[in-house]
Design a protein around this ligand. Structure first.
Ligand SMILES: Nc1ncnc2c1ncn2[C@@H]1O[C@H](COP(=O)(O)OP(=O)(O)OP(=O)(O)O)[C@@H](O)[C@H]1O
Length: 274
């Protein structure tokens, strides 16, 4: 029997004014003793509903760790992470699994589709795992938005990389999550497919009201977002609204230069930016 389908904008416990996700003094330490690494150092950040945010920063700056901790994939060492009104550290492993399934959508660089299922079966798999039925109108909207109409019966091996990633985006959106986390979603795509995919992510925010947080190294990708947050050494060092690709590139070069010069420079990369 069809189950009632929660709307993304009004998920029971989360007032609209509340951010889709929020970290407060989030610290994540891996290892101990000589191998101890502080991947995130008291990070506080909010991701507003209906916005597209890029998370950028040099390799090892903590981008994936931030995403994993905020999505409930990795436990925090200290501090707080919330999805809507739910504090993740208060949840059991089982509750976290349910939260990830119901409130979070994921898009990974490697698509992560099941090879034996068709595109449509892959898209609706998270709902089936949660014992829910797809809402036909929303499923049509999502499939239409990512432009997969004629390919729903194909298996992943019969689709291009760009098409496979569109299936992954549709799968992330189909449960109307509170937030979609995308980790380098264009990393395995050629530039044209990547640009298309970013267009779909942006449309899912502008036209479908979703919230997307995307980890990326690519300034052109970040320019599709409404906001770019920069990490360096596990801390947020900049926060740019409506980022342009050249501004992002300039910031990246500056932070990379600071990183390699001990982190004390102020504008070391500027001269090479343009
Ligand atoms: N499971 C782990 N065990 C130990 N250290 C880890 C683990 N995961 C990440 N780290 C360390 O934490 C720091 C942040 O890593 P993270 O993967 O979040 O960076 P990133 O900015 O996503 O890097 P990249 O852009 O290269 O993917 C790095 O120093 C990394 O080596």
């Amino acid at each position: 029997m069809p189950q009632p389908f929660p709307s993304p904008a009004s998920p029971g416990s989360s007032p609209l004014t509340e951010p889709a996700a929020r970290a407060t003094d989030l610290t994540k330490v891996y290892g101990r003793g000589e191998t101890r690494v502080t991947a995130l150092d008291a990070v506080s950040v909010e991701f507003a509903r209906g916005r597209f945010t890029a998370v950028m920063g040099p390799s090892g700056s903590g981008k994936s760790t931030l995403m994993h901790c905020m999505a409930g994939l990795d436990p925090l060492t200290s501090g707080s992470a919330r999805i809507g009104g739910t504090e993740l550290s208060s949840l059991s492993e089982r509750q976290l699994t349910a939260l990830r399934r119901e409130k979070v959508g994921f898009v990974f660089q490697g698509f992560n589709l099941l090879p034996t299922l068709t595109a449509l079966e892959n898209i609706t798999l998270p709902l089936h795992l949660a014992g829910r039925k797809p809402e036909p109108a929303w499923l049509d909207t999502v499939v239409g938005a990512v432009g997969l109409g004629g390919r729903l019966g194909h298996r992943p091996a019969e689709l291009s990389g760009g098409q496979q990633q569109r299936v992954a985006v549709a799968r992330a959106l189909v449960s109307r999550p509170e937030i979609v986390f995308a980790d380098e979603p264009t990393g395995n795509l050629d530039s044209r497919s990547g640009a298309e995919l970013l267009g779909f992510l942006r449309d899912s925010v502008r036209e479908l009201g979703q919230t997307v947080v995307m980890v990326t190294h690519d300034p052109t990708a970040a320019a599709h977002a409404d906001r770019a947050v920069f990490l360096a050494d596990g801390r947020i060092v900049d926060d740019v609204h409506t980022p342009a690709a050249d501004t992002v590139l300039d910031r990246m070069l500056r932070f990379e230069a600071e990183g390699t010069s001990g982190g004390h420079g102020t504008a070391g990369g500027r001269g090479t930016a343009g």
